[in-house]
Design a protein around this ligand. Structure first.
Ligand SMILES: Cc1ncc(COP(=O)(O)O)c(C=O)c1O
Length: 435
């Protein structure tokens, strides 16, 4: 895979565009995505399953940006959604409804109705009440609903606790011990078109063995329920494979493919995958400028203009991203610094003890591996703007989401009528107010 984030003429570039140029023209902080890397990641994933009946449904939650989604859809990806909002995005990005899967534990009646009316490929059902609601809505619409049942296989994904979704006691999927009862009901519901099973054990999974355990359980279930007369022709294996963050090393993707082949490869089922992070995680960086280089009594802090509201993973899980100086400098003896943001929380910390040679006040840094669950999970906390997103392709770049300024955000709110007599102060649109 070609390295799309490399130094060129002493400055870090994305494909052929220097980050200094993007910072000058767009401002910081901002996200920058590589189209080339998105395409490479898709080709790499689907290429692993050549000769198998397999399809990739991009988990749009990882990065719902329309241009990012479109790049993957143009490669041939379907989309895995968790809400009707995400369905609207997926459709806008050009995916056919017949290539949309719908996941999530709390689908509302109106969302189920909208998904059925759009004619999506499959609803992944996570509970008995959801199954009953789908039956009811489908009957009212005079349709049939293609569904898989999401199983909770009780497998520890060995990832961050917040990212583990396949263990007993988590809210996800149908507990194995309750499946008999659910299958009995499935057999009786006349508007449910049962297709097979789904499993998703978690996100940021770097050890592939939990996948083996979960997929084996799925294979055993498939064989068992086929003997009971159920036609099972789809297995949805979820997403969850991580990318290497910072200095992590990962087993090769071919190991994951081998696990899939060994566990479910001989069942004659169509296999669906729902990768998010794996497709977009290393295709994006967060570009930021050092506001202050602060020497404290015991520590040095590089205070960035990006904060935990822009990229929450380090604050949320203690995740550590690679951070690089934009101006090339490989000096080994640079002083260590904690890299922090401006938000008024101690947890607004990108990480401790980074060595960033040549980086001081006013300099640019790139936070790598920021394409997944970065912008997607950002907020306007601390009165901050939502930052721009930029896409690069070869030597060109474009703003694919502009800055959502604080002045605009003020327009989202209103005073209640009983405050009518108090005139609001006009918003000023200085840089400090717009973030
Ligand atoms: C049902 C489902 N599928 C796919 C994904 C994508 O996970 P990842 O981005 O780790 O591949 C998630 C995220 O947790 C999910 O909940």
């Amino acid at each position: 895979m070609t390295n799309v984030f490399a130094y060129q003429n002493g400055s870090l570039a994305v494909e052929q565009v220097s980050l200094e140029r993007i910072a000058a023209e767009v401002g910081t902080p901002c996200y920058v995505y590589s189209t080339e890397r998105l395409r490479q990641n898709y080709a790499d994933f689907i290429g692993g399953f050549q000769g198998m009946n397999a399809a990739v449904y991009y988990a749009i939650k990882a990065n719902p940006n329309l241009a990012v989604t479109r790049a993957l859809v143009d490669c041939g990806a379907g989309v895995d959604i968790t809400s009707v909002g995400e369905m609207e995005r997926a459709l806008r990005a050009g995916v056919s409804p017949t290539k949309i899967l719908y996941s999530g534990v709390g689908k509302r009646r109106d969302e189920i109705e909208a998904a059925l009316n759009a004619g999506i490929r499959q609803i992944n059902v996570e509970s008995l009440p959801e199954l009953h609601l789908i039956e009811q809505v489908t009957a009212e619409l005079g349709k049939r609903a293609p569904v898989t049942l999401r199983i909770n296989p009780n497998v520890a994904a060995r990832t961050y606790k917040q990212n583990s979704t396949g263990e007993l006691g988590t809210k996800f999927g149908i507990d194995l011990a309750q499946l008999d009862g659910v299958m009995e009901i499935v057999a009786k519901l006349s508007h449910i078109d049962f297709k097979g099973f789904q499993v998703h054990i978690g996100s940021h999974v770097f050890d592939f063995e939990p996948f083996r355990e979960a997929f084996q359980k799925l294979a055993d279930l498939t064989r068992f329920w086929r003997t009971k007369g159920f036609a099972i022709d789809r297995l949805d294996l979820g997403g969850g494979i991580t990318i290497p963050y910072d200095s992590q090393t990962l087993a090769p993707f071919s190991d994951y493919v081998a696990i899939v082949r060994e566990t479910v490869g001989d069942l004659g089922c169509e296999l669906a995958f729902e990768p998010g992070r794996r497709l977009v995680g290393d295709a994006g960086i967060l570009l930021s400028r050092v506001t202050f280089d602060k020497q404290g009594l015991s520590k040095r802090f590089l205070i960035l203009d990006a904060g935990m509201n822009d990229l929450i993973r380090p604050a949320m899980y203690g995740a550590r991203h690679t951070i690089l100086p934009v101006k090339e400098n490989h000096a080994a003896d640079a002083p260590l610094a904690d890299v922090v943001g401006p938000v008024c929380e101690t947890s607004d910390l990108f990480g401790e003890d980074y060595r960033l040679p040549g980086v001081g006040q006013g300099d640019l840094v790139a936070i790598l591996q920021a394409g997944a669950y970065g912008s997607a999970m950002s907020s306007n906390y601390n009165g901050r703007a939502l930052i721009p997103e930029v896409m690069v392709s070869g030597g060109q770049f474009a703003i694919v989401r502009r800055r959502i300024t604080v002045a605009e955000q003020l327009g989202w709110e209103a005073f209640p009528p009983w405050f009518e007599d108090k005139k609001p102060v006009e918003a000023h649109s200085c840089r400090a107010a717009t973030g």
